[in-house]
Design a binder for this molecule. Sequence first.
Ligand code: PEP
Ligand code: MN
Length: 338
Amino acid sequence: MIIVLKPQVTEDEIQHIVEKIKSLDMQPHVSTGQYRTIITVIGDEDIIREQPLEAISGVESVKAIMRPYKLASKETHPDITVIRVGDVEIGGKNIVLVAGPCAVEGEKEVIKHAIMAKKAGAVLFRAGAYKPRSSPYSFQGYGADGLKYLAAARQETGLPIVTEVMDPRDVGLVAEYADILQVGTRNMQNFNLLKELGTINKPVMLKRGMSAKINEFLMSAEYILSYGNKDVILCPRGIRTFEDITRNTLDAGAVPVLKSFSHLPVLCDPSHAVGLKDYVPAAAMAYLAAGADGIMVEAHPNPEDALSDGQQTIDFDQLVDLREKLGMIAKALGRDIY
Ligand code: PEP
Ligand code: MN
């Protein structure tokens, strides 16, 4: 931690700050330059982080050296995390393709969609039973019945299931059915949900909040990790900017940053990032080229009839084509695709 003092700081104020730091069992080192004095603080940053040092007279700014997340950080956990789901490893050499419709659309429908996703080369199947819709009048999902339909789709295809949980009270139930539990963008900072997910033994795919900074995203991952669940997958899915042609702005630039700050696998969602089907393949390729460990894409046999997010949904022929391109990019990066 480095404390930068104001140019007009007095000797008494410096002394007061030094005493305060010592009282916290930390060691202050005062460096006085021609114009400025700084205090370098050695010790456990977590203790001092909780102190409102900027409230002390004479302090101009405080800069942390360590990142505030410990368990999610590469600083304290240099080995990368690889998460195994069935026969698939997420975060290993091979790229993972996850596909399926936005929502579970009924039992026979979801079985059909899972069969098609498998045929197109997806190794995990996605579909939402609980849908976080912006309007209360939009289709809200099949809920608990949808989970049963998903289990039937897994039974039929063998594909592990990724599905969203929105409410801490549903975590136990969703964990009984899902292979990976998804946290949606709107819930990235639902701390009660994150704490609950920290207690289960299924992987969690945490989507980036649409207005969340990278550090906030990693702090949310830290919540889940700190409650005991080590299997967290980070999912960039676009962020809100001034641009409104695309639904969100592609945040492919976050991928190498996440990979350099954290050991957790990164699986990206180009569908919600751009929100228009024509731009989804390019967005998927950009995420992959930026270092993603996998791509999750919305796919449906007839996107125009999809119960939600049809405008950003590709069909299964397009998925086959996309998978081939992703495979070529993976090869160029010295990786492969499942
Ligand atoms: C989804 O994956 O269908 C979804 C609702 O995503 P997000 O939370 O990223 O909007
Ligand atoms: Mn969707």
